[in-house]
Design a protein around this ligand. Structure first.
Ligand SMILES: NC(=O)c1ccc[n+]([C@@H]2O[C@H](COP(=O)([O-])OP(=O)(O)OC[C@H]3O[C@@H](n4cnc5c(N)ncnc54)[C@H](OP(=O)(O)O)[C@@H]3O)[C@@H](O)[C@H]2O)c1
Length: 338
C-alpha cells in the first residue's frame, strides 16, 4: 500500500514522499480501514514545519483522521465487519491507503452521511464537543467568543454554541468567512484582520464574555482573560499565532505574549483558564474519546452538527492541500481522496 511520508520539515512543496509500506495487521482491538479520505488538521501544518512537539520524528506519516470502509478487524471485535463504512482517529499515520485504528476511536458512518463529511466529525468536531460540552457548559444567553470560527474546529463550535442558544462573537480572517459565519447564524462575526474584535465585544457583550474558545494563543489569551466577565472561562486549545514564523526570537516573543499568571488573578475575579489537548485525552482516556465521538454522531443525527467540507484534494496533491490550509483561506474540513 502507499503512504505519504513527511520527509523534510519546512515548505509543503518538498516535504512529502509517497512510499510503499506493508498493509497493517490488526491487533485484537483494531479495525483495518481501507481509506477513502484522509483528513487534514492544522496540527499537520505545525508538524510539517517542525513546530509540533507531539509529532513523531521524520520520516513519519501524519494524519489524525480518516474515513472509509472496514477491511478487516481484530479478534476482539464483533460489531464491525468488512465493508462497513467508518470514520476514525488514527493518532498520526492517517495519510495512508490502509490504517489500523483502535475500535474505541472508530465510529460507524450513518447511511445519509457522505464519507468526507464524516471525516470532519472526527478530530475537529470531537475537539469542539469536548471543549464546549465536557470541560465547560454553555447556557442559553451566554456570550461566547470563538476565534478562527470558520475553520474546522471553529465551525463545530459555532454550531454547538448556537444550538445552546448562546450569543456568538466569532472572529475570522476574511470577509468571505465573515459572510459564511453570518449565514451560519453567528450574531457578531468580525474580520479580525481588519476590525478590532475587542471593541465589538466591549460594545455588545453585556457582563463580559462567558466562554472564549482560543486556538490562537499569544496576545489573544492575555486579551481574552481581560474580556471575560465574572465566572468566565477561556478554553485554550491551540497556538496558531506561533506558526507565523519559526525563528527563535519570534517564538520567544509570542511565548511571552501569553502573559504570566498567579492563581489570585483567577480566584478574585472568578475566572478560569482551561487547557485542552485531545491527543493526550485519546492516549490516556480512550473511553472519553469514544463517548465524545458517539455524542458527536448523535448530534449529527439530530441535525445540530452539519459538517462542512471546504475542499477535497487528490492524495497526490497533498502539498497543495497543505498550502491551502496554511493559506488561511480554508473553511471547514479539508481532506485528500485516495
Ligand atoms: N488541542 C487540541 O486537541 C486541538 C485539536 C484540534 C485542533 N486544535 C487547534 O485548533 C485550531 C483549529 O484547528 P483546525 O484543524 O480546525 O484548523 P482550521 O481552523 O481549519 O485552520 C486554522 C485557522 O486558524 C486561523 N489562523 C489564525 N492565525 C493563523 C496563523 N498565524 N496561521 C495560520 N492560520 C491562522 C486561520 O483562520 P482565520 O484566518 O479565519 O483566523 C486558519 O484558517 C488550530 O490551532 C489547531 O492546532 C487543537
Amino acid at each position: 500500500m502507499k503512504s505519504i511520508y513527511l520527509v523534510k520539515h519546512g515548505g509543503a512543496a518538498k516535504a512529502f514522499e509517497f512510499r510503499e509500506t506493508p498493509k497493517p495487521i490488526p491487533g485484537g482491538g483494531d479495525v483495518i480501514i481501507k481509506v477513502e479520505y484522509s483528513g487534514l488538521n492544522f496540527a499537520d501544518i505545525l508538524a510539517r514545519k517542525g513546530l509540533y512537539q507531539d509529532a513523531p520524528p521524520i520520516p513519519s506519516v501524519l494524519g489524525y483522521d480518516v474515513s472509509g470502509t472496514v477491511d478487516s478487524v481484530g479478534k476482539d471485535i464483533t460489531d464491525l465487519k468488512k465493508g462497513d463504512r467508518v470514520a476514525a482517529f488514527t493518532r498520526f499515520g492517517g495519510y495512508s491507503e490502509y490504517v489500523a485504528a483502535d475500535r474505541l476511536g472508530t465510529v460507524r458512518i450513518p447511511d445519509n452521511l457522505e464519507s468526507a463529511a464524516a471525516d470532519a466529525l472526527t478530530t475537529q468536531y470531537v475537539t469542539a464537543f469536548y471543549s464546549a460540552a465536557e470541560v465547560t457548559n454553555l447556557h442559553e444567553g451566554d456570550n461566547v467568543l470563538i476565534h478562527a470560527a470558520a475553520g474546522g474546529v471553529g465551525t463545530a463550535l459555532v454550531q454547538y454554541a448556537l444550538y445552546k442558544k448562546c450569543v456568538v462573537f466569532a472572529t475570522a480572517g476574511s470577509d468571505v468567512k465573515v459572510a459564511l459565519l453570518k449565514e451560519a447564524g453567528a450574531q457578531f462575526p468580525v474580520n479580525y484582520r481588519k476590525d478590532d474584535y475587542k471593541e465589538v465585544v466591549k460594545k455588545y457583550a453585556n457582563g463580559g464574555i462567558d466562554v472564549i474558545f482560543d486556538s490562537l494563543g499569544g496576545k489573544y489569551v492575555k486579551d481574552g482573560i481581560k474580556l471575560l466577565g465574572a465566572g468566565g472561562r477561556i478554553i485554550c486549545f491551540g497556538a496558531a499565532e506561533m506558526s507565523r514564523r519559526s525563528n527563535i526570537f519570534f517564538k520567544a516573543k509570542t511565548g511571552l505574549s501569553f502573559g504570566f499568571y498567579h492563581p489570585a488573578q483567577f480566584i478574585i475575579p472568578s475566572k478560569s483558564l482551561i487547557g485542552v489537548n485531545m491527543l493526550r485525552i485519546a492516549d490516556t482516556k480512550p473511553a472519553v474519546l469514544k463517548r465524545c465521538i458517539e455524542e458527536v454522531m448523535e448530534l449529527y443525527k439530530r441535525g445540530v452538527f452539519k459538517p462542512v467540507v471546504g475542499k477535497i484534494f487528490s492524495a497526490t496533491d497533498i502539498s497543495k492541500a497543505h498550502e491551502y490550509v496554511e493559506s488561511r483561506e480554508s473553511v471547514g474540513k479539508v481532506v485528500i481522496k485516495w
